[in-house]
Write a protein that binds this ligand. Structure first.
Ligand code: TYM
Length: 336
C-alpha cells in the first residue's frame, strides 16, 4: 500500500522559536515514518513582509539545517526550498484567478499583519494563503501538520481545491486531493513569555517574549527568569491563568509528562521552585538539537546536496500536478 503524503513548511524569517518546533517540526519528526513527507523552506513567503536580502540565503540554510537537526530523516522525508521549484509560483498564479478576493480579505493573519504595515502592505501579503495552497495542492498532500494559527489557511486551501475540482474537474477525476490539517493538541499554540494571552511569535519586538531553538542556556535561563507569571499560590492548569497554563504545558511537553503528572508534581510549588525546573527541561530538550545543528552547518556542501536532491524529488511530483491543472484549465501544449 502506498503511504499517505505529508507536506509542511516554515518561513526563513528570523530565528525559529519553540512554538515553531512544538507546533510543527516536532510533529513532522514523529509522523515521518508512517508517511511520504515533503518539508519545504518557504522562502517565497518570507518576502511578503519587508525582508533583508543580505540574510535570506543564510536564513534558508539555517531552517534546512534545523529540520535535519530536529530529526527529519532523509530516508523518509524530502527537504527542499520552495523557490527552487518554480511550479509553486506558477500554480499560485493559476489559483489566484479562481480565488475570490473576499476569501483572502477575511484571513485573520492578513488582517493582523496588515495593521502593522500600514500603507506599505503588499499584494503578496494578501496573496500569502494562495501560495500556501499551491504548496500543499502540488504534492497531493493528505495531511498538513501545522500549529493552530494555520487552521484558517488550511480551510482556505480546501475551499480553493474544492472550487477548482468543481469548476474544471469531474467527480471521477478530481484535479486536487483535498488535504486535512493535522493540528496536535499539545503545543499547537505556544504563548508569549511576556503575555500568556498572545501567541509566541517571531515578529514580536521583544526577544524576551520567545525562546529560540538556538538560544544559549544563559539566554534560556534569563528569559524564563523574567517571564510573566501570576501572583496565585500553587500552580495548576486553569483557564483564567494563561501564563501558568503555558508554562506548565511547556514543562509537560519537554519532560514528556502528562497534564495529570505535571499537576501532581507542581500543584504545591511556587514560581521560584518551578522556573528552574522548566529552565533545565528546556535546556535538556534543546541542547542535542543545537549540537546537531552546529555540526550540519559546518558542512555546507552536504546541505547543498540535500537541497539539490530535494529539489529534484519535489519537482518530479509538482510538475505532474501542474500539468494536470494546466490541462484542465485548457492550456495549449505543443507536442515534441
Ligand atoms: P511560519 O514560519 O510562520 O510558522 C511555521 C509553523 O510554526 C507554527 N507556529 C506555532 N505553533 C505553535 N505555537 C506558536 N506560537 C506558533 N507559531 C508558529 C505554525 O502554525 C506553522 O506550522 N504559513 C506557514 C508556512 C507555510 C506552510 C505552507 C505550512 C507556507 N506554505 C504549506 C504548511 C503547508 C507558517 O505559518 O509559517
Amino acid at each position: 500500500m502506498t503511504k499517505k503524503r505529508v507536506l509542511s513548511g516554515v518561513q526563513p524569517t528570523g530565528n525559529l522559536h519553540i512554538g515553531n518546533y512544538l507546533g510543527a517540526i516536532r510533529n513532522w519528526v514523529e509522523l515521518q515514518y508512517n508517511y511520504d513527507n515533503f518539508f519545504c523552506v518557504v522562502d517565497l513567503h518570507a518576502i511578503t513582509v519587508p525582508h533583508n536580502p543580505a540574510t535570506l540565503a543564510q536564513d534558508t540554510y539555517t531552517i534546512a539545517a534545523l529540520y535535519l537537526a530536529c530529526g527529519i530523516d532523509l530516508n523518509y522525508s524530502t527537504i527542499f526550498v520552495q523557490s527552487h521549484v518554480s511550479a509553486h509560483s506558477e500554480l499560485a498564479w493559476l489559483l489566484n484567478c479562481v480565488t475570490p478576493l473576499n476569501w483572502l480579505e477575511r484571513m485573520i493573519q492578513f488582517k493582523e499583519k496588515a495593521i502593522k504595515q500600514g500603507d506599505n502592505v503588499s499584494v503578496g501579503l494578501l496573496d500569502y494563503p494562495v501560495l500556501m495552497a499551491a504548496d500543499i495542492l502540488l504534492y497531493d498532500a493528505d495531511q498538513v501538520p501545522v500549529g493552530e494559527d494555520q487552521k484558517q489557511h488550511l480551510e482556505l486551501t480546501r475551499n480553493i481545491a474544492i472550487a477548482v475540482n468543481h469548476k474544471y474537474g469531474n467527480e471521477k477525476n478530481p484535479i486536487f486531493k483535498i488535504p486535512e490539517p493535522l493540528i496536535r493538541k499539545e503545543g499547537a499554540r505556544i504563548m508569549s513569555l511576556s503575555d500568556g494571552s498572545k501567541k509566541m511569535s517571531k515578529s514580536d519586538p521583544s526577544e524576551l517574549s520567545r525562546i529560540n531553538l538556538l538560544d544559549t542556556p544563559d539566554d534560556i535561563r534569563k528569559k524564563i527568569k523574567k517571564c510573566k507569571t501570576d501572583p496565585i499560590m500553587g500552580l495548576n492548569f486553569a483557564d483564567d491563568r494563561p501564563e501558568c497554563n503555558n508554562l506548565l504545558g511547556l514543562y509537560g511537553i519537554f519532560t514528556g509528562k502528562s497534564q495529570e503528572e505535571v499537576t501532581t508534581e507542581c500543584s504545591d510549588m511556587g514560581w521560584g521552585k518551578f522556573k528552574p525546573l522548566l529552565t533545565e527541561a528546556t535546556i535538556t530538550a534543546l541542547t542535542p538539537i543545537q549540537a546537531k545543528y552546529q555540526e550540519i552547518m559546518t558542512e555546507k556542501s552536504y546541505l547543498d546536496s540535500v537541497l539539490k536532491e530535494g529539489k529534484e524529488k519535489a519537482e518530479s511530483v509538482a510538475s505532474i500536478t501542474l500539468k494536470r491543472v494546466k490541462d484542465a484549465l485548457g492550456y495549449l501544449t505543443i507536442k515534441n
